[in-house]
Design a binder for this molecule. Structure first.
Ligand SMILES: *Cc1c(COP(=O)(O)O)cnc(C)c1O
Length: 732
């Protein structure tokens, strides 16, 4: 009996189907999502971090019987259950028409070191994982069979706490795996399926779990088994471990173990897609399996791999994902035995030349995949420059790295309150055919007062949430009563609200606003046109530069002139992110040019009617319409120091000063003026015009339906022509 059946057996008969929802994250992107679980017990729902399995296991039997006897709840559940069944069995989907070669037996296998599916499944850190989760959701909606392959981290990333001096502390907390919406993957005899990978001299065993995202299955490897030694159990301990030996072990487990797990499950992927380079060792395992089947030689095997694998690069810098060559040959020695391939042949794949003592996973991935891509037009360009030395015969434009710009899973990120306006004014089918630009023109017809009102509700919700979180943090830190009372004055729903939520790292410059404290204070405390700012984000535990930025923001947020207008929410996660992107008026992004490969936070904001103020880099180079949907910091020109973040601190400082000045000027002269220019009914028609333009110019392109369709067309099957726009098989 699997975990779904066990849970279902515990539930009163009329609500048994709740177990199916609990184990399929489809619920998290249906418009009904708010009430299905939360109405069972709102407080417990929050305590459980919106994890339905945990909720249903913990809620009292009496309460379950109450809902089981509530005709309204049952009607709703019945309707949703019919929708889920319909969704899961829909035939004639977009993908089945366009790419029949992808099937349940031959899905696309999408490998990634992290997956951001939902806040209740803490196995993600940031944008890379969110992209991977959103990809699987759109693949499901479009009917394209896809399986994700990742690692199940016992502790996820880390929990961020800021101490009294504003310094970030990282806490590693064990996930309650028994209560996560995961199923142990078993064979026909009910035995857990396991895989083994030789890492160095050790044989590491991993078991396989799975969770459902609609029709997409996400498989997760877990090495926390008694049979493994302590060090190997740590391989799935937490994400982005700073120890290179762990990183290498994780990469081997994910890549090699992942391909083996699919084989053990009888899944023969039509293609393997590596989302960023961590799973690159999968390419060796694909070659090894092909050799067993065909007996081909190394040269020909490489071609087989190239035909079957695709690679998306996300790094905008040449360093990183590199290991000493000697570590690689040692780690791979046992694995490579009896494969007929020598250590030097393997090393050559990741080295620039024989003299190179470093092995770059990205070089190996580029050499073993025919089609590779960056994640925005600008990043495609940057990547061709970065890796041109791999293709010495070719001019830089011919370097075979194209681009597919990242998007977001709109149905997950649009606030239901806003989606409901789309239903009414854009049309009942808007969510099925996101890429139809013409339908989005109808956003114009949403009555101003309604859009303003709904946005105000979302903003008020964000502010209430922020106050609550900050109150909790201050209490936990044992702050002075004065500071605790001050939470009551923190933030005001009537004030122009800016959101800054990023990983904190020096190049992201999230403290740029504070360069001129005097100027910032004038803007923030303007008597008629005040501004307030909400920050959130973690710094990598080894990144003291990033931690210092957080500390300074915390310090400034206590400054008497700023303290009611600046808030930092601890422990940024998918839930905080959702509230922020749905509630802010303006999203600020300030990373140094060319270092933002794409960025997707600003896309989520735009879908909800927020505006962007950002450096022209990554996706914003493509999304920005001057005077229409937001503002740009400087122009798109790449300063010569773009790629070498630490090289020229003098020039960098000058650039930072210029960019800060631009932000101040835009904020006070353009942005705040427009926001506060109210008509007789108290709303700003100019701002609303831009809110609508933000939605209608960004939603049709910056979504993962378009992105998945483009992967299919451009990377997966470049020789077959995809003829139609992607259509999601939803049920309305
Ligand atoms: C969207 C998201 C990100 C990535 O946002 P960027 O703008 O690309 O940096 C990171 N973390 C969380 C929790 C998110 O929801």
């Amino acid at each position: 009996m699997n975990a779904i059946n066990q849970l279902s057996a515990k539930l009163p008969n009329p609500v048994r189907r709740l177990a199916d929802f609990a184990y399929n994250y489809w619920w998290s992107w249906t418009p009904e999502r708010i009430s299905l679980f939360s109405s069972i017990d709102p407080g417990l729902w929050q305590q459980c971090n919106h994890n339905p399995v945990s909720l249903l296991n913990k809620v009292s039997h009496d309460r379950l019987w109450q809902i089981a006897e509530d005709p309204k709840y049952l009607t709703r559940l019945e309707k949703l259950a019919a929708q889920l069944d319909h969704y899961l069995s829909a035939e004639g989907t977009w993908a089945s028409r366009e790419v029949p070669e992808v099937s349940g037996d031959h899905p696309v296998a999408y490998f990634c070191i992290e997956f951001g599916v939902h806040e209740s499944l803490p196995i993600y850190c940031g944008g890379l994982g969110v992209l991977a989760g959103d990809y699987l959701k759109s693949a499901s909606d479009l009917g394209m069979p896809a399986v994700g392959v990742g690692l199940l981290y016992k502790q996820g990333y880390f929990q961020q706490k800021l101490n009294r001096s504003g310094w970030q502390e990282a806490n590693y907390v064990d996930n309650d795996i028994e209560n996560l919406p995961l199923l142990a993957v078993c064979n026909e005899f009910g035995q857990p399926i396991t895989v083994k990978v030789a890492i160095g001299k050790r044989s590491v065993k991993a078991r396989v779990w799975k969770t459902q995202l609609g029709r997409s299955t996400l498989y997760l490897l877990d090495s926390d088994l008694m049979e493994n030694d302590e060090r190997d159990r740590e391989l799935t301990g937490h994400l982005y471990n700073g120890d290179p030996a762990v990183q290498l072990g994780q990469a081997m487990l994910l890549g090699i173990g992942g391909v083996r797990a699919l084989q053990a499950l009888g899944i023969e992927p039509v293609l393997y897609h590596l989302n960023e380079v961590h799973p690159a060792f999968a390419l060796l395992e694909i070659a090894r399996q092909a050799r067993e089947e065909t007996g081909l030689e190394f040269e020909q095997l490489q071609q087989v791999v190239r035909d079957r694998a695709r690679f998306t690069t996300h790094t905008p810098v040449p360093f990183g994902n590199t290991f000493p060559a000697s570590d690689i040959s040692e780690a791979l020695a046992a694995y490579m035995q009896n494969t007929g391939v020598s250590s030097s042949q393997i090393l050559a794949l990741g080295q620039l030349g024989k003299e190179d003592d470093q092995f770059s996973l990205t070089r190996m991935a580029l050499r073993l995949t025919q089609l590779a891509n960056g994640v925005s037009e600008r990043h495609g360009h940057t990547s061709r420059q970065l890796w041109r030395d791999l293709y010495p015969q070719q001019p830089v434009e011919a370097v075979p790295i194209s681009h597919i710009t990242n998007g977001v899973h709109v149905r997950s990120w649009v606030a239901p309150l806003i989606g409901d306006l789309f239903d009414k004014y854009v049309g009942p089918e808007w969510a099925q055919s996101l890429t139809r630009a013409d339908q989005w023109k109808r956003v114009e017809t949403i009555p101003n007062a309604q859009l303003w009102h709904r946005h105000s509700i979302l903003k008020a919700r964000l502010i209430a949430y922020t106050r609550d979180r900050i109150l909790q943090s201050r209490l936990a830190r044992g702050e002075a009563q004065d500071d605790i009372n001050a939470v009551a004055r923190l933030l005001d729903p009537n004030i122009l609200t800016v959101g800054v939520a990023r990983r904190f790292s020096v190049y992201k410059r999230s403290d740029l606003l504070f360069r001129d404290l005097h100027h910032l204070t004038q803007i923030v405390a303007h008597p008629k046109r005040p501004v307030q700012i909400i920050f959130a984000g973690k710094a990598h535990p080894d990144d003291d530069g990033g931690k210092r930025i957080i500390q300074r923001i915390m310090e400034w947020s206590r400054h008497p002139d700023l303290r009611d207008r600046i808030a930092f929410i601890e422990n940024y996660d998918l839930y905080t992110s959702k509230l922020m992107v749905q509630g802010v008026d303006l999203w600020l992004s300030t990373a140094r040019r060319t270092l933002e490969a794409s960025g997707i936070g600003g896309q989520k904001v735009a879908l909800n009617g927020g505006l962007n103020l950002g450096v022209l880099d990554g996706w914003w180079c493509e999304g920005y319409r001057p005077g229409i949907n937001g503002w740009a910091i400087g122009d798109a020109a790449i300063a010569s120091l773009g790629n070498t973040p630490e090289s020229d601190s003098y020039a960098q400082d000058a650039q930072d000063a210029r960019d800060a000045e631009v932000i101040y000027n835009l904020l006070e002269r353009d942005i705040a003026r427009l926001y506060y220019k109210r008509d007789h009914s108290g709303i700003s028609p100019g701002w609303l015009r831009m809110m609508k333009a933000s939605i209608s110019s960004i939603a049709p392109f910056f979504n993962t339906d378009r992105m998945v369709a483009q992967y299919v067309d451009q990377q997966y099957f470049p020789h077959t022509d995809v003829k139609t726009e992607p259509v999601a098989a939803l049920v309305s």
